[in-house]
Design a protein around this ligand. Sequence first.
Ligand code: GAR
Length: 222
Amino acid sequence: MQNIVVLISGRGSNLGSIAQACRQQRWPARIAAVIGGRAATPGLALAAAEGIATRQLAHQDFAAREAYEAELAASIDAYDPDWVVLAGFMRILTPPFVARYLGKMVNIHPSLLPSFPGLATHRRALAAGVRIHGATVHFVTPGLDDGPIIAQAAVPVHAGDDETTLAARVLAAEHRLYPMVVRWLVEGRAQLRADRVEWLPPVAGGEGACSPTDDAQLLWCP
Ligand code: GAR
């Protein structure tokens, strides 16, 4: 049984979708812990309701970034993680921290990377007039919202959209995309090799609903 540690910063709806899929689809993995900052109280409550261990770790309580990350790493490592899943985790991580979990840390970002890294992605997508927007799951490397892309979910941008309607459409797509990708990871179907994603065949007896086909790597969520 593999251990997943999820890091959050807020409401934790992606965490909820992963926890539900993990439980319902009987992954060979469990969410061992959810760690979140000061604003993550709703997400941590959701995790606790799922019976998952939680830790609230506020970066504001540390004088230096290094001290915060040392405690964060110790908290993660206490759960012997196979995967570190960033689900709305809004801290920029230092290169040494990223290196510690290279190949086993993934992130979801609410845009079709490499477009719109950083904040306010939906507002910027509307301002740019793009007709297709979406979300990306990628391995984490030291750059901001950077790293080999595992899969993306695309949504249309409608003429009457505002930030709220577009964000809701993208979030619904995220809730389909992220559990699917984490399942591929725990089932050994994708891994980071050098600076790209390597796709692997199913292990014997593991052929099932979970298949990282080309179609699945680009979800269209109208
Ligand atoms: C999600 O939209 C996620 O893509 C985004 O934060 C939101 C968290 O929502 N992450 C980033 O912007 C990271 N750069 P949630 O707490 O309900 O899962």
